[in-house]
Design a protein around this ligand. Structure first.
Ligand SMILES: Cc1cc2nc3c(=O)[nH]c(=O)nc-3n(C[C@H](O)[C@H](O)[C@H](O)COP(=O)(O)OP(=O)(O)OC[C@H]3O[C@@H](n4cnc5c(N)ncnc54)[C@H](O)[C@@H]3O)c2cc1C
Length: 376
């Protein structure tokens, strides 16, 4: 939609969904976390971490904020630079639809496209609207069909299939920004408990909330870490990311040594979590029973709770797809395929994946705009 809104010439959008921008509509709990104040290449994963720089710099978060402001959409920063609509995500969709209308874009919904072929003039393909088919010729073809996340919402691997058809490489794709699963019932007694934590997977750590669920672990810090996790790897939870627990316990031991250790810990962590941990880490006795060495060792355990997920919830709930069209084939400035002039890939289909927090939409806006400018 972003690309169509700004591309010059006659633009036809083909989408098999009933409505455009369905992921925008459901995003951010219906308020769309449409960008992040701190957007920059550091917040994106790709086999080529430099690829996203150009598009992100040429159409920035400030450009999108300016657009949103000009359309009178009120917004607020929730946390960590994440910007949400005050009202509804539908305002972002309405803005994009208005821009497309102003640009004379022809939007074909509940329509599929197939049988793509290269011609000397560009490309041709077949449009299918409920069995009514039509051949279409075009000079340029922009693939903005997203990744594999949430097939129920219409996600398909069309962009990857077309990339393969034109001899491009698709890097390994994986569900990302996705909850972890653990063996049946492991955290069931803790379902609904949330706590601040620093979660580490691979070499990356995220300091936000963790949520225990019937099936495993979720919450922003866990979703973020999932993008850096591989099957069989452990993750580490630091349940006292702020520090300060050890001196606080030592001080309390001096003035109220008769207090139960678990009761005291429940001042710092949710009580149900402390109860669970008391089984896992053998927390028992009164504060006065704890030597400095015992308290130090317990705090170290809380700061280094290592768990190995059984897996993830997969594409069924993943917010994004990690990996995609290998950026080596694309111009970083325009998103055009160097070996197939006129063919463009933008958005989540490309091997550029943002952190949680509005970065993925910013990539959609920036890469869409990069292609639009090339079509001017
Ligand atoms: C639940 C959820 C919440 C999210 N929240 C946020 C958030 O708050 N902030 C953020 O930055 N990111 C968020 N994301 C990620 C963000 O939605 C995506 O990264 C972004 O929408 C990608 O844009 P895109 O245009 O590349 O692809 P999409 O938005 O996925 O659009 C692809 C379009 O192509 C159509 N399509 C697919 N296959 C075909 C086909 N074969 N034929 C015809 N049409 C096809 C689809 O119907 C769809 O309309 C969220 C994702 C999910 C699932």
């Amino acid at each position: 939609m972003m690309c169509a809104a700004y591309a010059k010439g006659r633009v036809l959008i083909v989408d098999h969904a009933r409505a455009p921008g369905e992921k925008i509509r459901i995003s951010g709990g219906g308020r769309c976390n449409f960008t992040n104040l701190h957007s920059g290449p550091h917040a994106f994963l790709s086999q080529n971490p430099h690829f996203a720089k150009s598009a992100l710099a040429r159409y920035t978060q400030w450009d999108f904020i300016d657009l949103v402001d000009r359309h009178g959409i009120a917004w607020h920063e929730k946390t960590l630079g994440q910007l949400f609509c005050d009202g509804s995500a539908k305002e972002i969709i309405a803005m994009l639809r208005r821009l497309m209308q102003e640009n004379g874009v022809n939007v074909n919904l509940q329509t599929t496209a197939r049988d793509f072929a290269k011609t000397p003039e560009g490309f041709d393909f077949t449009l299918d609207q409920g069995g009514h088919t039509q051949k279409v010729q075009t000079k340029t073809l922009v693939l903005a069909t997203g990744g594999k996340s949430i097939p129920k919402m219409g996600a398909t691997g069309l962009a990857y299939d077309i990339a393969a058809q034109f001899g491009l490489t698709v890097t390994e794709t994986r569900p990302a920004l996705v909850p972890f699963t653990f063996p049946e019932g492991r955290f069931a007694p803790l379902a609904g408990v949330a706590a601040p934590a620093c979660v580490t997977a691979g070499a990356q750590s995220f300091d936000e909330a963790v949520l225990f669920t019937h099936r495993g672990l979720s919450g922003p810090a866990v979703l973020q870490a999932s993008s850096y996790w591989r099957e069989g790897d452990p993750i580490t939870l630091n349940l006292c990311p702020e520090g300060g627990l050890l001196p606080a316990l030592q001080k309390k031991r001096g003035i109220a040594g008769g207090r139960k250790l678990t009761n005291e810990l429940a001042q710092f962590l949710p009580a149900r979590l402390v109860e669970h941990l008391s089984g896992v880490m053998a927390l028992s006795g009164n504060l006065a029973d704890q030597s400095d060495a015992a308290l130090t060792s317990m705090v170290q355990s809380l700061q280094n709770w290592t768990l190995t997920p059984a897996g993830t919830e997969g594409y069924r709930t993943a917010e994004v797809t990690l990996g995609g069209i290998d950026t080596g084939a694309l111009s970083a400035k325009t998103m055009e395929v160097a070996s197939v002039p006129g063919l463009f890939f933008i958005g989540e289909a490309v091997d550029v994946t943002g952190w949680l927090g509005g970065y993925n939409f910013q990539w959609a806006w920036s890469s869409g705009m990069a292609a639009a400018r090339a079509l001017a």
